[in-house]
Design a binder for this molecule. Structure first.
Ligand code: FMN
Length: 348
């Protein structure tokens, strides 16, 4: 199945963009959602090179805040290192933590690395995170949010952005939460309109989002279940003042969607296979840190190929899901070469 699209020659000046599609206004921005293990540097670089000027900004997968000397945790910041991110998507790094002073220490470290905006995760629903009172668990008590924001927005050299859900297990405190958020200077608030207890299941709660839309005084970024031109237009029509759209799973499963939403038809043919091929190479280079795999002993090469195949299968699951293909088409591959050849036959 061939999926080729045609790029309009890139035009950096917003005012001179030619939109083949009525979907997109010049002030609209597309954001890549943070997805641990997936939207890391290798993905963002491959994406920026294959589909230039399609995604405006990415929030990185979370960096977990821990106690102790930050210099011993320097590896955690590798994904956000500015030098490694040259030529990639513009990023805002994200922190996951609950202890105010440690979060502040990490945020100041990111600021010293060159970041003027830091995002704090109040959205992660995973039990391993929430049982430590982090991520969406912080939303259980809006007074805790108040204390965090008071300290984190107190004349520091960085601006704070938040990513949140509508609540932990109920929306009952949403009005209090929004009132707290309105008391502090924030760069932006990304809202995934589900409760944490819903994980990613069921419909997004657009009624709940509407409450935030009507009452929040900050830049509001919509995130959740935009999977196609149709679902994008549904959100745009219902919330005409929203100009920031964050997309996660559908940008992984259908990387051509960003170009479609923004430009309609485009001129530089890039197939999904071209993208996959680059993704695989960049995973080995940027995540595993290996430049010349052919120079390594055979057993080592085998291990690396196995790790790479497993990672690429994670992406293939999303490719399959968003194209209504049978998942097993990809999961039956036993080697990296076999997987590449299946992807080639399916998408080239
Ligand atoms: C595998 C996976 C990893 C995720 N990792 C993060 C993360 O590190 N930080 C975060 O704020 N959200 C994370 N999310 C949530 C996504 O950023 C996003 O909110 C969610 O996928 C809904 O958006 P979508 O419907 O466009 O995919 C993750 C989601 C998934 C499925």
């Amino acid at each position: 199945m061939s999926e080729r699209i045609v790029f309009i020659p890139q035009k950096k000046d917003e005012k001179t963009f030619v939109f083949d599609t009525a979907l997109f206004c010049p002030q609209d921005r597309l954001w890549l959602a943070p997805m641990q293990g997936l939207t890391e540097l290798f993905f963002r670089k491959a994406f920026a090179e294959c589909f230039p000027d399609c995604i405006d900004c990415a929030v990185t997968p979370f960096i977990s805040v821990t106690h102790g000397d930050i210099s011993k945790s320097i590896r955690k910041f590798r994904d956000a290192e500015p030098a490694r991110n040259i030529g990639s998507l513009r990023i805002i790094p994200q922190l996951l933590g609950e202890e105010t002073e440690n979060v502040l220490k990490y945020a100041l470290h990111l600021n010293q690395m060159g970041y003027g905006i830091v995002n704090l995760n109040l959205a992660c629903p995973s039990s391993t995170v929430t049982k430590r009172n982090r991520g969406a668990a912080i939303l259980k008590d809006y007074r805790k949010v108040d204390m965090l924001l008071k300290r984190l927005t107190d004349r520091h050299p960085f601006s704070l952005s938040l990513k949140m859900r509508l609540g932990f297990d109920s929306k009952k405190d949403l009005d209090n939460l929004v009132a707290v958020l309105n008391n502090y200077p924030l760069h932006s608030v990304i809202v995934h309109p589900r409760l944490a207890t819903q994980m990613y299941d069921g419909e997004v709660d657009l009624e709940g989002f509407d409450f935030v839309y009507k009452h929040l005084h900050h830049r509001l970024i919509y995130n959740g279940d935009i999977v196609s031109e149709n679902s994008f237009i549904t959100i745009k029509e219902r919330f005409p003042q929203i100009h920031d759209f964050m997309i996660g799973r559908a940008f992984i499963g259908n990387p051509l969607l960003a170009a479609r939403l923004k430009y309609g038809e485009i001129s530089h043919p890039v197939s999904l296979y071209d993208f996959y091929d680059k993704l695989q190479k960049y995973y080995v280079l940027y995540s595993l840190g290996i430049e010349h795999i052919e120079l390594l002993p055979f057993e080592m090469q085998e291990k690396i190929n196995l790790a790479t195949m497993n990672k690429m299968k994670e992406f293939c699951k999303y490719f399959a899901f968003y194209r209504h293909l049978y998942d097993k088409t990809f999961t039956r591959a036993k080697t990296l070469t076999e997987l590449s050849s299946i992807v080639f036959q399916t998408f080239q």
